[in-house]
Design a protein around this ligand. Sequence first.
Ligand code: AMP
Ligand code: MG
Length: 423
Amino acid sequence: MTINKQPSCDDPFDNLLPVHVARARLTDALHSVSETETVSLINAIGRALSVDVVSPVDVPGYTNSAMDGYAIASSSIPATGVAQLKILGTAWAGKVFSGSVDTGEAVRIFTGGLMPEGCDTVVIQEHVTAEGDKVTIDSDVQAYKNVRLAGEDVQQNHTVLEAGTQLNAAEVGVLASLGINNVDVYRRLRVAFFTTGDELCALDQAAGTQLEPGMLFDSNRYSLHAMLKGLHVDVIDLGIVRDSADATRVAMQKAAQAADVIITSGGVSAGDADFVTQVFHELGDVSFWKLAMRPGRPLAFGQIGNAFLFGLPGNPVAVMVTFLQFVQPAIKQMMGIKNTAPFTINAVCQSKLRKSQGRVEYQRGVLGNDENGNLMVTSTGKQGAGRISSMSAANCLIVIAAELSIVSPGDVVEVQPFHGLFS
Ligand code: AMP
Ligand code: MG
């Protein structure tokens, strides 16, 4: 792996690394897992296909009715006036009508019923008059309507899903429609994480909501855990690691043995109590990036043995934003997923937003429609990196380009909806 170490944490010029450069470096340095396995469809949810899937069948497998009505030959439709047709029987979904149908004849048919031989049109039941074994249609009936043709959804021998596709609800539905119950996917990724800080109190060791002076609850553990769960990886939670080189070393070695990816929170600045970067340097090949972004300026990235590591900042919003911008796409890439870029759209900003020039800001926003149905976004208000409640008040990140210092109401901004981010 080549990790470009510029700029380092003691870079005298305080160069900030642009976000897009950091992204490109990550993409180059990472590789997806190579091991694959065959698993049942239900166990494949969230995984990436390791091979293209070619459809073994047509879907639908047979031409059938899209509506409840009467199956006829289009030659029965009168040029003017009406025509009375003889009803020969019924075609139910799952129960075929085995006879054949000529001009002047019809078969009662229900949605999903196989089209009887000789029929090419279904007249919906609301457009006929039926009496006894006779049905009357008129010249308004349109030929070939209300029929689902064999193979119109998926054609036999066509590639239906490509290698690298993540199997979410729609994809497992497609595979099930083809009768495929075993799929070849990349193996699950193992991700170990720990939080760092002498000030952290674990929820399960707390006396209710009371904290000792100077302590705070370890909230990053929960947001990280939740974001990882959404990625369908095996999560290895290594707990809270106190601010010491020894404790950090032990945790990091354990993580490197157990996982493909290591994530830490806190301790990546250059302070006296920041041991993460120091121990990373000792154990592995590490690059420390000061990113031109806010929140989330410091980020450590590198490798210990075969494990890739991400040293995220400690502030609760920064940990989530850096995870979503860097770690999530990286994990997806390693899982074998092809499309990893965050989903972005444009919206009209209704708030006045200020920021410093020279770094991208990810502000918390609320995306919705204005009274005319246009996409618009408003700020959640104060944007401190410690204000975790701003993340839950938001439903998107507003991405403000590095060169801007102000966004005025009415300006178009780029937005990353959480709906597409928390996958
Ligand atoms: P650090 O990067 O370790 O200096 O931490 C930056 C800020 O984030 C400090 O105010 C920490 O108290 C806070 N912080 C660090 N880790 C966590 C955590 N796991 N949960 C909540 N806040 C944290
Ligand atoms: Mg700390």
